[in-house]
Design a protein around this ligand. Structure first.
Ligand code: SF4
Length: 405
């Protein structure tokens, strides 16, 4: 190649590389070859998954919501328990929120469960619990975006709709050798174009599932198994040796460290004080031990004072029980769990929707987040039973209603 006068070879290579616009996917013969090889592979390699046995719109909907941000291996048991508890949309609409959140406990991203519940209620009100057939109606339901609407209708009803999620973004980027950052609008437009063009006239259900399955089992984020891949002969990333660099670099996440504090408050009579996490907060709808998560405080005493100001219940830490390290989004959290004394517990009886005293043996039935469950296990395992005996006394003798549901 002749270089323009005055330009270094390095600069010219960069310009040439940036100028590459993937075009193989615009060739109908290439698409036909890739489609045929992928579908043949899928016939022999599709995993047996419970929502594939009977792919009704409701089953696919529940599975797709659960699979957002969550691995298939984790979802399977949750899905089976969920469908057993709520076999129809009407059953889900009539679900008790506490029971629903308990079933979802551990899956994370709890807004998904509340959106499912809200959407089921709306469907019962508007259509007698029948799932809609139109893409726009599905897209209008709470918690359903472009990808999920396409996935539900293509998989359950074989509508010719594309899907683009983590697996297919990676697979299609590699098939076409896309070197752009996939977060850019231009890259997304290209990928939606590929996802649409690849669909067969009939059989979008199988094609979409096959593409996602290839991403999950073969075209993995790190170390794709190109030697075993059914489409390697057609794959531009493999041909160029760029499979480890495509999709383009993801911006590095800057993790931040922070300390948070939880307080185990025993109440005489053998229970522990739990608070319902309000809407709009992390883990909304679950229950939790008293916990300070809202920013930096120097120690447990300061966290307790902040909680006291907010709740009106005077929280007084007595000693530390345990430390839990965990991560939430970009935060690396050190959670200090303290035993605490408390006064002015009269508020509990007057506010059963927000505060409850829960007996040690009942903790297993309450929906808690992951660290709340660890604390509950520590209490129920009796590891520190002596220390958590009700050293705290209610200064106001309030009658506390036990959980009724
Ligand atoms: S050849 Fe490699 S990079 Fe290309 S689709 Fe297959 S596994 Fe992915």
């Amino acid at each position: 190649m002749t270089l323009p006068r005055g330009e270094s070879p390095r600069r010219s290579r960069a310009v040439v590389a940036d100028a590459v616009v993937p075009s193989n996917w615009t060739d109908a013969r290439w698409r036909g070859r890739v489609r045929g090889r992928l579908l043949a592979w899928f016939s022999h390699n599709a995993r047996r998954l419970p929502w594939r046995d009977d792919p009704t719109p409701y089953h696919v909907w529940v599975s797709e919501i659960m699979l957002q941000q969550t691995q298939v291996a984790t979802v399977v048991d949750y899905y089976q328990r969920f469908i057993a508890a709520y076999p129809t949309i009407a059953d889900l609409a009539a679900a008790d929120e506490k029971q629903l959140m308990r079933l979802w406990e551990g899956l994370g991203y709890y807004r998904r469960a509340r959106s499912l519940h809200a959407a089921a209620k709306r469907l019962v009100e508007t259509s007698g619990g029948v799932f809609p057939e139109s893409y726009d109606e599905v897209l209008a339901l709470p918690g359903i975006g472009r990808y999920t609407a396409g996935a539900i209708l293509s998989i359950s009803r074989d509508q010719r709709l594309p899907v683009l999620e983590g697996n297919t973004v990676r697979v299609y980027s590699r098939w076409i050798g896309l070197r752009q950052d996939v977060a850019t609008a231009a890259a997304k437009q290209t990928l939606w174009g590929v996802a649409t063009a690849m669909l067969p006239r009939v059989g979008s259900s199988r094609f979409n599932q096959a593409a996602m399955e290839l991403g999950a089992l073969v075209c993995k984020p790190k170390g794709p198994l190109c030697d075993q891949c059914c489409v390697r002969a057609e794959c531009q990333a493999h041909r160029l040796g760029l499979q480890d660099q495509i999709p383009g670099k993801v911006t590095k996440i800057e993790y931040q460290s922070r300390r948070e504090f939880a307080f185990v408050i025993p109440v005489d009579g053998g229970g522990f004080l739990l608070a319902r996490i309000p809407d709009g907060q992390r883990w909304a709808g679950l229950w939790d031990f008293f916990r300070w998560t809202d920013g930096d405080v120097p120690d447990a005493a300061a966290a307790a004072m902040a909680l006291t100001r907010r709740s009106g219940i005077d929280v007084r830490p007595t000693r530390q029980l345990m430390t839990i390290q965990h991560a939430v989004t970009r935060y690396r959290i050190t959670l200090e769990v303290h035993l605490a004394d408390a006064v002015r517990l009269a508020d509990v009886a007057g506010n059963p929707e927000r505060l409850r005293v829960v007996a040690r043996e009942e903790l297993a039935h309450w929906p808690l987040n992951t660290t709340g469950r660890k604390i509950a296990r520590m209490l129920t395992d009796q590891q520190d039973a002596a220390a958590t005996k009700p050293i705290v006394r209610r200064t106001a003798r309030a009658k506390v209603r036990p959980p009724s549901d």
